[in-house]
Design a protein around this ligand. Structure first.
Ligand SMILES: *Cc1c(COP(=O)(O)O)cnc(C)c1O
Length: 499
């Protein structure tokens, strides 16, 4: 299996090389040259496998230059009961005969990014080994909250790596911030940026595009790499849980072999749902991929109109991990629906950079609409959904997941499609407890004077569930990182760290 940049200037790259590089030198994203399709027998064969074995089977299709033993070991170390608090790793929980929640938050940071970011450091290490690469890797990441912490947990104390995380000072919850600024580990750096996620992400993109800096760092034996979902090593592990979900649904007799399911994904950078698209193209019986956005509804409008317009001002919402105007991974979808037309992608991405918008042709748009439905939830919709789901099912969801459920409801109202739908539950409700408690509290009950740490216990008492272990002792942990910078100082801050 070889990889190619969506913008066409890099090709015949191995998986290791793609993972070690993160982003392609031409600014594009690495994509597999073709999407492997599973035979019926292979699909049926997954029935006997557990999560770890399914992971190996799927990933082996895309990674052909890492030894099988090495890949197996990466998987068994990552998807391990010592790290995930549920033996199934990504368990399902059915709410009705046609709504099943896919709980992706049983890892150390209580959000779905652990699935990929526990594996990525291990993949990166074996990839570097297989390339005979001796450099130190600096994992440079902009985070809207969850990626940063998951990267810090995944990479802490991994030899020959350093992690540098930039987070938007005004765009993450108190719990998220606290998780990051208390991070332990000898190789970790956490910096607040004055601005929103797009400022932080653009700053990081500029650092990656800086050829002079890259050469300077190379002289110091340092390579920059990314833990953002633009890295193929981030996306690939996410394909796995679509397959494991399907197998679990077969086992629980929710579906018969060959039945189609829908998947509904609360979406920001388009990584999670892009992985679902790859699963569909590989032959997993998926009917619709439902894109759910919050009030930052750029993607929803894009699927409606064919115009990607990132000029609207970014709103800070109660689902902050989806507060994004430029969904990087969409470039991978555009590449597929344009028939691998990298010149076209280059043109669209240039237009996005210069004019903050682009328009795709009708052929691309109709291909997208065949596979995807997209809609958004307002802040009010989100809170109402958290409350309704709790009262109806005695099940507590976080605001990102609530965006998914609300959009699913809209989809069913519009289409009357009764296909069983798997809705990704992307974070533990405890991680966004203020919004969740605001949704659940009695009207007379004010929570404004409570901090998010007290709210952990209040939420626990209200929902009669346990506070996840990783969040329980957060309040008493010392703050180890307190650097804050302007958005145009990010490069300088990085250079100072690496001196
Ligand atoms: C990152 C994140 C998302 C969005 O995922 P993408 O892959 O960027 O679309 C949704 N919910 C939560 C809780 C997240 O952390």
């Amino acid at each position: 299996m070889e990889y190619i940049s969506t913008r066409g200037y890099e090709n015949h790259i191995t998986a290791s090389h793609a993972i070690v590089s993160g982003i392609a030198p031409d600014g594009g994203l690495f994509v597999p040259e073709f999407i492997p399709i599973l035979s019926q027998d292979e699909l049926i064969g997954l029935y006997k496998k557990n999560f770890q074995d399914i992971a190996f089977f799927i990933m082996k299709k895309f990674i052909t230059d890492i030894k099988s033993e090495d890949l197996k070991q990466c998987i068994s170390e990552s998807y391990n009961p010592k790290i995930f608090d549920n033996p199934l790793i990504c368990p399902l929980r059915s709410l009705t005969d046609s709504i099943v929640m896919l709980e992706l938050w049983h890892g150390p940071t209580c959000a779905f990014k652990d699935i990929a970011l526990q594996l990525l450091p291990r993949l990166l290490t074996v990839s570097a080994k297989s390339l005979g690469e001796g450099s130190t890797f600096v994992i440079l990441t902009a985070t809207s909250g969850d990626t940063g912490k998951a990267a810090l947990e995944g990479f802490k104390d991994v030899p020959k790596t350093k992690v540098v995380v930039f987070f938007p000072q005004d765009g993450v919850s108190d719990i998220q911030k606290s998780q990051m600024v208390t991070q332990e580990g000898k190789n970790v750096h956490v910096i607040g940026v004055k601005g929103n996620f797009d400022h932080a992400q653009n700053g990081v993109k500029e650092i990656f595009a800086d050829k002079i800096l890259a050469r300077k760092l190379e002289g110091m034996g340092i390579k920059l790499s990314s833990a953002n979902s633009i890295n193929w090593g981030r996306l690939l592990p996410q394909i796995v849980y679509y397959f494991s979900s399907y197998i679990s649904l077969l086992k629980s007799s929710h579906i018969k072999f060959g039945d189609k399911i829908n998947v509904c994904i609360p979406t920001g950078n388009f990584g999670n749902i892009m992985a679902g698209y790859y699963a569909k193209r590989m032959g997993l019986p998926i009917n619709k991929l439902i894109i759910a956005t919050n009030e930052n509804d750029v993607l929803a409008r894009f699927v409606k109109t064919g115009v990607y317009n990132a000029t609207k001002e970014l709103k800070t919402t109660i689902s902050p991990s989806m507060d994004i105007l430029v969904s990087s991974n969409l470039e991978r979808l555009l590449y597929e629906v344009s028939g691998h037309n990298s010149e076209k992608i280059f043109e669209l991405m240039n237009s996005l950079k210069q004019d903050h918008n682009y328009k795709i042709d009708n052929k691309m748009l109709s291909l997208i609409r065949e596979d995807f439905y997209a809609d958004y939830a307002t802040e009010k919709n989100t809170l109402k959904t958290i409350r309704a789901v709790f009262h109806k099912y005695k099940y507590t969801i976080d605001p990102h997941t609530a965006v998914g459920l609300h959009v699913y409801d809209k989809y069913v109202k519009k289409t009357e499609d009764q296909t069983l739908t798997v809705i990704a539950s992307t974070a533990s409700p405890y991680k966004f407890n203020r919004s969740v408690m605001n949704a659940l509290r009695k009207k007379t009950h004010s929570l404004e004077n409570k901090d998010e740490f007290e709210l952990l216990n209040i939420l626990s008492a209200t929902t009669k569930t346990l506070v996840p272990r990783p969040l329980k002792n957060l309040a008493s942990k010392p703050i180890l990182h307190n650097t804050i910078c302007e958005k145009d100082e990010m490069k300088k801050v990085l250079e100072d760290i690496l001196k």
